[in-house]
Design a protein around this ligand. Structure first.
Ligand SMILES: CC(C)(COP(=O)(O)OP(=O)(O)OC[C@H]1O[C@@H](n2cnc3c(N)ncnc32)[C@H](O)[C@@H]1OP(=O)(O)O)[C@@H](O)C(=O)NCCC(=O)NCCS
Length: 157
């Protein structure tokens, strides 16, 4: 099996595998409800990408493209990716699966914004992310990290 990053489809099997991740919450529950109520079809697309080892989903992240219209981070304002719920299951950490997901996100060549969890700063630094200059009205309780492809700059305050 090839351990590649794949786009995850919404179906009962994926949603069952999601339960093994610590950051399981409203997003997953609402996907389950939509599936049960036939609001989304079985195997429709989700914002999640993941890596399988054999048949086991061992790492995942959510990725969503934010339109330039709402960009408050980059110069010039442009479409960017919001990355969240990056998580590698404990037994598989330290084997570059986290890096593989982040590299995949970078491959779209759009700027990326994420809100790191406590204790993961060393990882994000290694991935080339930097702290966005704090703006209270925009960031409030968040401490966003950003990554920019060549030619993109952080917005001035
Ligand atoms: C944070 C997380 C996504 C990283 O995924 P991972 O697959 O374990 O990390 P990778 O193997 O891809 O790491 C890539 C590089 O970052 C380094 N790294 C990973 N986590 C790190 C950390 N917390 N601090 C410093 N460096 C870190 C690795 O050593 C590796 O370096 P290398 O390229 O020189 O070998 C994963 O550990 C996770 O899901 N953790 C959940 C809980 C959490 O956030 N913990 C924080 C760490 S305690």
């Amino acid at each position: 099996m090839k351990n590649e990053v794949e786009k995850l489809l919404i179906n009962y099997k994926t949603l069952e595998q999601f339960k093994r991740f610590k950051e399981y919450g409203n997003q997953e529950l609402s996907m389950m409800e939509d599936l049960q109520n036939n609001i989304v079809e079985n195997n429709s697309e989700s914002p999640f990408y993941g890596i399988y080892v054999g048949h086991h989903l061992i790492a995942r992240m959510s990725l969503y493209k934010v339109s330039a219209k709402y960009d408050a981070y980059f110069k010039p304002p442009q479409d960017y990716l919001e990355l969240w719920k990056l998580e590698v299951l404990p037994d598989y950490r330290g084997r570059h699966y986290g890096k593989a997901l982040v590299d995949f996100a970078k491959s779209f060549q759009l700027p990326i914004k994420t809100n790191p969890r406590i204790n993961s700063h060393g990882f994000w630094e290694k991935m080339g992310f930097q702290k966005a200059k704090y703006e209270m009205e925009r960031d409030l309780g968040e401490n966003p990290l950003i990554w920019m492809p060549e030619g993109v700059e952080e917005k001035e305050q």
